[in-house]
Design a protein. Structure first.
Length: 326
């Protein structure tokens, strides 16, 4: 880095932890403040060597990265990085980092919260009290219970394992499907999702988004899950065929769903909004002040490590450090 401050582009919101963490050490470019974003990007394109990506729906695809010929690093907020074309980056000597680890327990807490809300209808019961309906009679007993359920986790990475530990403490049996069995994980492994969907009554999704998992929860899987089935999505909206899910909920092919993520966030299909038997969260798996600050800090620390000529802390598997430059 030869002592110079590298030019870093901030894509997305101006988060205080990120701006404060970087502004003294790098030359930070913030298009969100610019009156003409395109002109701004053009004016800095030849200088930018790193991009910090935070809280944005913008895609960091090949076309975008190509605009910055000196680009070396994309430091992305979030453990999921399906909005970044990491494969293309890896093939072009660009390192991509994400923010794993620091959010595991928070997301696992949310997963259990969403599961409990869906199974026991807690949001619906709360709405019942607020509507003054308790004066007229009891909230109906819920048909579903965790007591006789088996949860099939789709994905068994670090967050999946944190969820599984919590389910075990609740006395709920856990099995899982992933691309490969995870070493050191004792739960029953299903090589085929459809077989697991037949055997369990609750599916919880915690796999990465992207092409490899797109629409993996389709009409066939939902049918296999069956009329007592509950789907919990903590992964990405893209993992579920959303129209097929809506059909399955309408026809009672499955019993209910708890969704933290949607195909076109922040849009939630009207059909889901109108259903009383589903629970909908606004993608808040990791969203506490403490955890989001830790994630922001990791965005910063990856850039600072790279700027100091050291390996970035958390490169994604598609872009191992040191990068291969052609
Ligand atoms: C964030 C997440 O809420 O880390 C992830 O992959 O999905 C969440 O922690 C999300 O990235 C916000 O945009």
């Amino acid at each position: 880095m030869a002592g110079d401050k590298p030019d870093v582009l901030l894509v997305g919101n101006k988060k205080p932890v990120i701006v404060k963490g970087l502004e003294d050490k790098v030359t930070l470019h913030v298009p969100v403040d610019a009156p003409d974003k395109e002109a701004f990007l053009k004016s800095i394109a030849d200088k930018v060597r790193a991009i910090a990506v935070c809280y944005t729906n913008e895609r960091i695809d090949a076309a975008f990265m190509r605009r910055f010929p000196k680009l070396e690093l994309v430091s992305s907020f979030g453990v999921g990085y399906d909005h970044v074309d990491a494969k293309w980056a890896g093939a072009h000597g660009i390192t991509v980092t994400n923010t794993p680890g620091v959010l595991n327990e928070e997301v696992a807490d949310t997963a259990l919260g969403l599961l409990l809300c869906t199974v026991r209808e807690f949001p619906q019961a709360e709405r019942f009290v607020r509507a003054g309906k308790w004066e007229q009679g009891q909230y109906p007993l819920t048909k579903a219970t965790l007591r006789n359920r088996t949860v099939g986790l789709v994905g068994m990475g670090r967050i999946g394992q944190a969820i599984a530990r919590r389910l075990e403490a609740f006395g709920v049996p856990v099995v899982y499907h992933a691309r490969n069995p995870q070493s050191g994980v004792k739960y029953k492994y299903y090589p085929k999702l459809i077989d697991m969907a037949h055997d369990v009554d609750t599916l919880m999704l915690i796999v990465p988004g992207g092409i490899a998992t797109q629409n993996m929860i389709n009409a066939e899987v939902l049918k296999a899950l069956g009329p007592n089935g509950i789907l919990i999505n903590m992964a990405r909206g893209s993992v579920v065929d959303e129209p097929a899910l809506i059909e399955a909920l309408k026809n009672r092919t499955i019993y209910s769903a708890g969704l933290d993520v949607f195909a076109k966030e922040p849009h939630v299909p009207k059909e889901l909004l109108e259903m009383e038997h589903v629970v909908l969260f606004p993608h808040l798996g990791s969203s506490t002040v403490v955890t989001r600050a830790a994630m922001d800090q990791l965005v910063v620390d990856n850039i600072l490590a790279w700027a100091a000529g050291k390996p970035p802390l958390t490169p994604v598997p598609e872009t191992p450090w040191p990068p291969k430059r052609g």
